[in-house]
Design a protein around this ligand. Structure first.
Ligand SMILES: [Zn+2]
Length: 627
């Protein structure tokens, strides 16, 4: 019996959900790209001290495994699984009798050692335990926590460990729920006591203020810490059920939206929180960490709003920041990103001139190591178990999930081209008749959503929550859902207009000119080379928009083999606009513009916008034109 509060939903074991359709293609692209090959050529992972080598021995190999493990298991990729098993054997063999892992410095007791990498490694190891069922891994994590408990008494958390203390709660809870060991919850409380107090930060004036450009780097407003910390309240709530912990995540996200929010569902941070300006950057590590935090929040609290947010980030910010083949990524993406170049005139808060290049390790290699968890963990969290033997679809993408309820094997298949289309087919198949609830998340934007079960007449579903069907299921039951996607024009920074429909944001995607750079740097042989991208057609348009959605129409296109690429875009938005000749590059970026309507004597043009996630360069927040 666990002393922890029961979560609203429990994730299915890794491997129980398999991607289908466009999601399977996307994960295959990822496994055939950098994620499935990084350990073969990048020394910081391939020759990591975690793997018995002589290179980096801190966060990078654990970061890669944190994404490579779910990638291998959701795809059932035998070759990748085999390599991961080999790496895990090395980690287990390297653990010392005192519980510390191989890379822990021999003299760490005598000098400060930042425990962050140990917290991360244990989070990764329990994920591997879930995938492999290898109980040696559970014992290794338990031994590591015994060492950690002593280490925390010797020297309290500081630096990264202090700001990421809650990451340690994930493996502590995992082992506690399987062994009943109460002392692990004492270690969890000790981590929280020594860790940074995020709720206090979000009470302060400081959180509202954008970090000055070329300004001051801090742990407190660090964007990756922020993305990770979004789940801290949920984990802390499971420990002691304090009302303030339950309320904190929504309050934190509201403050981030208000002061640093972007239309993609992310917040800026390049690499500390940088305001709402659409030319400031968002680091890739923050995107994947915020997604995982939202998955934890969905699981613990069961609030559908976290599902809406998860989809918005997953379908927009995540794919946009990779090349369509997922061999190259950016450190920072911009919502208005008209070129990606080596740019000494940049106006990031603290990042460097290469931060928006597409490449192997632009600016810094953390994202190269940590980017892999985005799609695989999203796929693994699409459906979750309910406490009453049922199943909840918490996010929508094509997949099939298998589980057993009341001793009856069940599969739930989700067939859809959502988010590019508004219909979903669900098939619930049971081996024998069984009664259990099926919970379906209805996005808040989906006014007029409908449901048809078998031959029964269509029914409406309330947006912004879960629609519950509690019935006896027998054989195969077909369900048809429709989430009507109404266009929305939203007012952003300085009254700029952004076009949205359903969970997707739409952007102008200029023609692209790609130039290979940094060919002399190590490990930059194609396909893992570095690239600049410049616009090869005009980008400086204002839009003519009448009323709520007037003047914007949408058109279906075939969804490409690479669903998130300019050529593969499965939906177009048609708008009208005029060029703004005085809207130019400043500091190598699209110039900032003030509030108010703009005039232009240029001809009115029809413009096709594509989903933000399909673009490599783009304009997303547009000046509005006077009629
Ligand atoms: Zn990073």
């Amino acid at each position: 019996m666990s002393a922890l509060a029961e979560p609203a939903f429990r994730p299915l074991p890794l491997g129980a959900i398999r991607p289908r359709g466009w999601l399977e293609r996307q994960l295959r692209i990822q496994a055939d790209g950098l994620s499935g090959h990084l350990d073969e050529f990048w020394p910081d992972v391939g020759r990591s001290q975690w793997f018995g080598g002589d290179a980096e021995g801190w966060e990078r190999a654990p970061y890669w495994l944190d994404g490579a493990i779910p990638l291998a298991w959701v795809l059932d990729d035998v070759a990748l699984k085999t390599r991961i098993r080999g790496h895990m054997e090395t980690i287990l063999a390297g653990q010392r009798p005192d519980g510390w892992y191989g890379p822990y410095p021999a003299d760490a007791a005598a000098r400060p050692y930042d425990l962050w990498a140990i917290l991360l490694a244990n989070k990764v190891l329990v994920q591997y335990h879930e995938a492999s069922g290898d109980d040696r891994v559970l014992r290794a994590v338990e031994a590591s926590f015994r060492a950690l408990a002593a280490g925390l008494d010797r020297a309290p958390l500081y630096n990264w460990g202090r700001f990421r203390w809650f990451e340690g709660l994930i493996p502590a809870f995992y082992v506690h729920e399987r062994t009943g060991a109460g002392w692990l919850l004492d270690v969890a409380r000790k981590l929280r006591e020594q860790g940074f107090d995020y709720p206090a930060l979000y009470e302060s004036e400081d959180i509202r203020v954008p970090t000055p450009r070329r300004g001051l780097w801090t742990y407190t407003k660090h964007v990756v810490n922020t993305g990770m910390a979004a789940k801290s309240g949920a984990l802390s709530w499971r420990l002691d059920q304090r009302a303030a912990d339950r309320a904190f995540p929504a309050r934190m996200i509201e403050a981030l939206d208000r002061h640093h929010g972007q239309v993609t569902g992310m917040f800026t941070g390049d690499e500390c929180l940088a305001g709402r300006n659409p030319v400031q950057g968002t680091e890739l590590c923050a995107v994947v960490e915020f997604m995982y935090s939202l998955e934890v929040l969905l699981s613990v609290f069961g609030d559908a709003a976290f599902g809406d947010r998860l989809e918005r980030v997953a379908f927009n910010a995540l794919p946009a920041t990779f090349t369509p083949d997922m061999w190259a990524h950016q450190y920072d993406q911009q919502v208005n990103q008209v070129q990606c170049t080596i740019n000494p005139e940049h106006m990031w808060t603290t990042n460097g001139p290469e931060s928006n290049l597409y490449g192997l390790e632009p600016n810094f290699g953390c994202c190269t190591a940590n980017m892999h968890q985005g799609w695989p963990k999203f796929a693994a969290h699409l459906l979750m178990r309910t406490p009453d033997e049922g199943i909840a679809v918490v996010a929508w993408a094509p997949c099939v999930a298998g589980f057993t309820t009341r001793q009856v094997p069940v599969t739930v298949a989700v067939d859809t081209d959502y988010p590019f289309r508004e219909t979903v087919g669900l098939t619930v198949t049971t081996e024998r008749a069984a009664r259990f609830p099926l919970m379906l998340r209805v996005p808040r934007w989906a006014a007029g959503a409908t449901l048809e079960v078998g031959d029964e007449p269509a029914r409406g579903m309330e947006p912004g929550g879960f629609h519950r069907i509690d019935r006896e299921w027998s054989g195969a039951t077909h369900i048809r859902l429709r989430f009507p996607m109404q266009p929305r024009i939203t007012s952003r920074f300085h009254e700029a207009a952004a076009i949205e429909r359903g969970p997707l944001v739409y952007s102008l995607s200029p023609a692209e000119s790609w130039t290979r750079v940094n060919a002399d740097k190590p490990h930059r042989e194609p396909p893992h080379a570095d690239w600049e991208v410049r616009p090869a057609s005009p980008w400086n348009y204002g839009l003519l928009l009448d009323g709520a959605a007037a003047g914007v129409t949408f058109e279906e296109r075939p969804i490409g083999e690479r669903p998130f690429s300019p050529d593969g875009a499965g939906m177009l938005a048609q708008v009208r606009g005029r060029r703004l000749p005085d809207w130019k590059l400043v500091h190598g970026w699209a110039a900032e513009f003030g509030p108010g309507l703009r005039t232009s004597a240029e001809p009115l043009e029809d413009l096709a916008l594509i989903p933000y996630g399909c673009t490599n360069i783009r304009v997303t927040e547009f000046p509005r034109l006077e009629k």
